[in-house]
Design a protein around this ligand. Structure first.
Ligand SMILES: *Cc1c(COP(=O)(O)O)cnc(C)c1O
Length: 406
């Protein structure tokens, strides 16, 4: 492959950009701490996991053996016998949610799906694509689904086969819908277990709750029918990916035999990434459960540090149990922009993924949040934060600095 020197220079410039911003992320749940160096050499191959990893395929360059082990790992993590489950490495949490919704719709074709207003934005798109009837349920102020409103809506709809889309860690506030309460309330309403479907969206927390002492209910043992996790969030991956696990019998219902690949097709995409299953495999094989627990605990400690510091300064910050998402009042647009914070209404959050090995960036952000709340006092931000590229001109910065004083 030949490349012009101008194009090479562009790649060099982008390389510098990536190096500089490698650990920029404090507002989104992507973890940047990973090392897949042993896998780099496989990038020269067109690995493709088209079809079902459990069956032989005509396409020999597949990483099915790795995908099988990844799925065995998650079956155990989510408390379902591997042989009773089926799932695969997806393109991300969204595809996992789509797979869960698809299985639910095939089971109950005319059913209504219920999801709280704190549910990830991509779910609306999934329901539209799958043409699933749906109802948005109110959230409680803490981001959890409003159980009374859920049951009231099911009753008004006279829905006999509700599909429940439960959040195991919402995007904005890290809230976990209590799937035991949901199931108890459905039972009280006279809806038998075989008459509803329960999907768990555990994009971030699916890799947290299995490693804490007192997790909220999240697993197949707790009653889910399917669950998905993002691979590029808590685990960390240079390529977006995810994992979905479902009950085997539900998957059999959607399976189609395909002569062309001489395998059965169960997945949403045709050709599938063969490298990401190897990344997930490498990540899982190179950290023992004890190491995952330590990693998760470190992130939780950092989150608690952020809550404690802000509360000590009179800022109403909080987080849910077992959540690395710290919710706090929306700071100025300048701070939100500088730290790439996701804001929603009058709240913002920071997420203490494992690449925050110390509290430096968290403290730099909090220093600025505190400083802007004290009129007339302007403190220079700490070096670490200042070294990052601001999407502002030099003049903009001067203006912003003055703005803080007013
Ligand atoms: C991130 C996220 C998703 C979407 O996952 P992707 O991997 O980005 O497709 C879905 N649900 C929740 C709760 C999330 O946080």
């Amino acid at each position: 492959m030949t490349m012009s020197s101008a194009d090479k220079a562009r790649l060099d410039a982008f390389w510098q950009h990536c190096l500089k911003h490698q650990y920029f992320n404090i507002g989104y749940p992507e973890n940047a701490e990973f090392d897949y160096t042993p896998l780099h050499r496989f990038l020269r191959f067109s690995i493709n996991n088209c079809g079902d990893w459990a069956q032989p395929s005509n396409y020999i360059l597949n990483s099915f053996d790795f995908e099988r082990e990844v799925m065995a790992y998650f079956a155990e993590l989510f408390a379902i016998p591997h042989e009773d489950s089926w799932g695969y490495v997806t393109n991300g949490g969204t595809e996992g949610n789509m797979f869960g919704c698809y299985l639910a719709r095939e089971m109950f074709p005319d059913a209504t799906l219920y999801y709280s207003k704190d549910t990830h934005y991509s779910v609306a798109k999934i329901l539209k694509l799958l043409r699933i009837k749906c109802r948005a349920v109110e959230s409680q102020p803490n981001g959890e689904i409003d159980y009374d409103d859920l049951l009231a809506k099911i009753a008004v709809d006279q829905e006999r086969h509700p599909i429940i889309f439960a959040n195991i860690g919402t995007t904005m506030r890290g809230a976990v819908d209590d799937i035991l309460v949901i199931q108890q309330r459905l039972a009280e309403a006279g809806i038998a277990r075989e008459d509803y479907y329960l999907h768990a969206d555990a994009a971030l927390s699916g890799m947290i709750l299995p490693f804490v002492d007192n997790p909220q209910p999240f697993s197949f043992a707790d009653g889910v029918d399917s669950i998905c996790v993002s691979g590029h969030k808590m685990i960390g991956s240079p390529i977006p990916c995810g994992i979905v696990v479902a009950k085997r019998e539900a998957v059999e219902r959607i399976s189609v035999e395909v002569d062309y690949i001489s395998a059965s097709d169960k997945t949403i995409s045709g050709s599938r990434n063969g490298h990401t299953p190897m990344m997930m495999w490498a990540a899982l094989r190179s950290h023992s459960p004890a190491q995952w627990r330590r990693r998760v605990q470190h992130s939780l400690n950092t989150a608690q540090h952020a809550v404690d510091r802000m509360r000590a300064a009179g800022i109403d910050a909080w987080r849910h149990d077992n959540s690395i998402t710290v919710v706090f009042p929306c700071p100025s647009a300048r701070i939100a922009r500088k730290y790439s914070l996701a804001t929603s209404g009058d709240t913002a959050h920071l997420i203490t993924t494992p690449h925050h090995q110390d509290t430096r960036m968290v403290d730099a952000l909090i220093d600025e949040v505190i400083a802007e709340r004290q009129p007339g006092v302007w403190r220079a931000p700490r070096d670490h934060a200042e070294s990052r590229d601001l999407p502002l001109t030099a003049a903009g910065r001067v203006f912003d600095a003055r703005f803080d004083v007013i």
